[in-house]
Design a protein around this ligand. Structure first.
Ligand SMILES: *[C@@H]1O[C@H](CO)[C@@H](O)[C@H](O)[C@H]1NC(C)=O
Ligand SMILES: *[C@@H]1O[C@H](CO)[C@@H](O)[C@H](O)[C@H]1NC(C)=O
Length: 330
């Protein structure tokens, strides 16, 4: 009952986001090559960094900042604006993948943000997602170079905004030796040039040859056990439906240490358990306000039951037990 209520809340939020959205492939002429001329919208100069890159590299980061696509922007956003555009990227990506039916989930710092309050952490400069091999194949075959249009409350309500899904043709090469093409696809905000890197979780054929079962990897050299990721859980992130890896606590502890799940201080931020938000308490350019040794949860030990805390704070959650999608090709 409760579950159904949660799900309909999410559905409503999704509708709010995508009600005006539609997607369209680029024209055939545009599709042939994703170079500057084919995709540019408002710039007259290419800032893609393409000229400085080695010939085998598919994606080109901008000349002015590694997190921007220079075909769509010539300068980075002001720091204080970046967060809302990153959030819009995340929401539109998740909503689109849910409607396509692609099996994708959040990882790394983005998963840590989910752990704390189901949001992108205010100091994050990018978001991390992974996708199953069969879903990447599906995107490559049917959705490469598609544009997805959204009207975004608070950001771009009148004009709307277009996001480009671009798949690296080298995604099929699963070798970690292909270091120029570790990113398999990108979800690109064609207004700001900000993007999300999408990496495919693959079978680790090298480990399989040695007789090890259920080993998975990404081209960026992260390795996982299939059981750490699958079956995926369903939850909410930034107000939209999201999938998260099965053993999220273990993955986060391995990557960031157990303290990352309990320590309420980070840099100039402090996690307020009452508002369930990270609050900025530093003076710009100054030193951190308080040492983090006075944090009750900072001694090593089991992390607090996050679900309980969030529920206590009145956040609506989807039960993490309900789950769904099985391993891909494992
Ligand atoms: C996606 O389209 C671009 C532009 O046409 C092309 O260069 C690239 O090879 C395509 N990717 C795949 C996976 O086919
Ligand atoms: C994958 O990429 C690496 C590095 O560029 C190359 O040596 C290898 O031959 C490629 N493998 C395939 C199957 O294309």
């Amino acid at each position: 009952m409760r579950l159904r209520f949660f799900l309909s809340c999410i559905l409503l939020q999704l509708l709010d986001l995508v009600v005006h959205s539609s997607s369209s492939p680029l024209s055939d002429r545009q599709k042939r090559d994703a170079d500057f001329a084919s995709v540019r919208n408002k710039l007259s100069r290419d800032h893609s960094g393409r000229k400085g890159d080695p010939p085998g590299k598919y994606f080109h980061e901008s000349t002015f900042h590694p997190h921007y696509d220079g075909r769509f922007a010539s300068i980075p956003l002001p720091d204080e604006d970046r967060h809302k555009h990153l959030r819009a990227l995340m929401r539109t990506y998740l909503a689109t993948m849910t409607s396509i039916g692609a099996e994708t989930w959040i990882m790394h710092g983005t998963l840590l943000g989910w752990w704390w309050n189901r949001k992108i952490m205010p100091w994050d400069t990018d978001v991390d997602v992974q996708i199953s091999e069969s879903s990447m194949r599906f995107l490559a075959d049917f959705y490469n170079m598609t544009m997805h249009h959204f009207k975004l409350p608070g950001i771009s309500m009148e004009k709307g905004r277009s996001y480009l899904l671009e798949v690296n043709p080298n995604w099929r090469n699963g070798s970690t030796a292909d270091t120029l093409n570790m990113i398999d696809a990108r979800w690109i905000d064609t207004d700001t040039g900000l993007y999300i890197d999408i990496t495919t979780l693959r079978r680790d054929t090298y480990a399989e040859e040695k007789g090890l079962k259920g080993r998975m990897m990404c081209k960026d050299k992260h390795h996982y056990l299939a059981e750490e990721i699958f079956p995926l859980r369903t939850s909410v992130f930034e107000g939209v439906e999201v999938r998260i890896p099965f053993m999220y606590t273990r993955l986060l502890e391995e990557e960031y240490g157990a303290r990352s799940l309990v320590n309420r201080h980070f840099d100039h931020y402090y996690f307020n358990e009452r508002t369930m938000d990270w609050e900025y308490n530093g003076r710009p350019g100054g030193r951190r306000g308080r040492p983090d040794t006075d944090v009750p949860g900072s001694s090593p030990g089991p992390p607090p039951p996050r679900e309980k805390v969030l529920r206590h704070a009145g956040h609506q959650l989807v039960e993490p037990e309900l789950t769904v999608l099985g391993p891909d090709d494992v």
